[in-house]
Design a protein around this ligand. Structure first.
Ligand code: C5P
Length: 228
């Protein structure tokens, strides 16, 4: 690994959307591009960490020097995260589907005589909440993301407590966010870092600058490597 403040640290990152099958050709997805999560993985690597990236389906190259696990569904993402632990810090930037189809059809669903199928949904596991509440091997720093369209700070603070994570990186994904092209899929982001006792408003910046800044904060929070 390059030499840097995260030498000797394992950083685990999730990125991208998940795809939840309805039948062999259809799925539920969302507009996440994976750009922010992948940028964090690349920045953590540049800072000297051993990096594991668990990525949903994205149109991005694997960051150089990073161990990448490609998954499709939320359940696969949770399994890959659990298999990659322990980690010193985890950053959950993926836009995990909250729900999946209760049963995925084995064959393509047919338009038979005009009857419209009902899609019944069940809840997916919450990876961030699961890892935040581990009693064994809980990472020292668990960071979640919150994409909100209104009351960004208040919702993100409530989310931090509900999920049990240490920090939330909150962003406004509404059309009024002032980000050209929108946050989802775009190259820029304006975020707020929510910690236990503070809210920091970071200026609008490229996703790679946001990644650098977040990784520097993670390195500072972990502190120097203790050698015994
Ligand atoms: O509740 P919400 O989906 O807005 O929370 C967003 C945060 O939770 C993100 O960090 C996301 O990666 C994480 N999350 C997760 N597993 C889920 C849903 C969200 O890890 N099933």
């Amino acid at each position: 690994a390059p030499s840097g403040p995260l030498n000797g640290r394992h950083v685990l990152i999730t990125s991208g959307p998940t795809h939840e099958s309805i039948d062999p050709v259809r799925y539920i997805a969302n507009r996440s591009s994976g750009k922010q999560g992948h940028a964090i993985a690349a920045a953590a690597r540049r800072a000297g960490a051993q990096v594991t990236l668990v990525s949903g389906p994205v149109n991005l190259p694997d960051p150089v020097g990073v161990a990448v696990h490609h998954v499709e569904t939320a359940r696969e993402m949770l399994a890959a995260v659990e298999a990659a632990l322990p980690a010193d810090a985890t950053i959950f930037a993926a836009a995990v589907a909250d729900w999946r189809a209760a049963t995925a059809a084995d064959e393509k669903m047919k338009k038979n005589g005009g009857a419209i199928p009902a899609l019944s949904l069940v809840e997916n596991p919450d990876i961030l909440a699961t890892v935040s509440r581990l009693s064994n091997h809980r990472p020292r720093l668990v960071v979640g993301f919150a994409a909100e369209t209104e009351n960004v700070i208040a919702h993100a603070q409530a989310k931090r407590l509900r999920k049990g994570c240490d920090w939330i990186v909150a962003n406004d994904v509404s059309r009024h966010s002032g980000i050209e092209g929108g946050v989802m899929g775009g190259d820029e982001n304006a975020v707020h870092l929510i910690t236990a006792d503070d809210v920091e408003h970071w200026p609008k910046a490229s996703k790679s600058e946001v990644a650098e800044r977040l990784v520097a904060r993670v390195a500072a929070a972990l502190g120097p490597l203790e050698t015994t």
